[in-house]
Design a protein around this ligand. Structure first.
Ligand code: SF4
Ligand code: F3S
Length: 107
């Protein structure tokens, strides 16, 4: 199994998740992070660290966000690895919890 980053990370990108991952499976896009499902060892550490509550175990991803399972798999092969925490995006606190952010995902 893998863990999956879902919609509420978009335009927030707090990156606290990166700090705890023991196997470096996070990849970074302009305004979103994804997990490489081939690297994730299912350790569960990242899930509680995300201030946006955007990380779920694959089998617990909310039904309306299931497309993010495929998005993580796809984008993790295209985007570079991120291994260090960085500042959240500007206005991250304002975007935290906003709905329908998928259209704002930059590739
Ligand atoms: Fe990394 Fe563990 Fe989160 Fe998988 S569950 S992305 S291995 S911290
Ligand atoms: Fe995104 Fe949460 Fe990590 S907002 S960058 S999944 S800490």
């Amino acid at each position: 199994m893998t863990f999956v980053v879902t919609e509420n990370c978009i335009k927030c990108k707090f990156t606290d998740c990166v700090d705890v991952c023991p196997v470096d499976c996070f990849h970074e896009g302009p305004n979103f992070l994804v997990i490489d499902p081939d690297e994730c060892i299912d350790c569960t550490l990242c899930e509680p660290e995300c201030p946006a509550g955007a990380i779920f175990a694959e089998d617990e991803v909310p039904e309306d966000q299931e497309q993010f399972i495929q998005l993580n798999a796809e984008l993790s092969k295209l985007w570079p690895l991120i291994t260090e925490v960085q500042a959240a995006l500007p206005d991250a606190d304002d975007w935290n919890g906003k709905e329908d952010k998928l259209d704002l995902l930059e590739r």
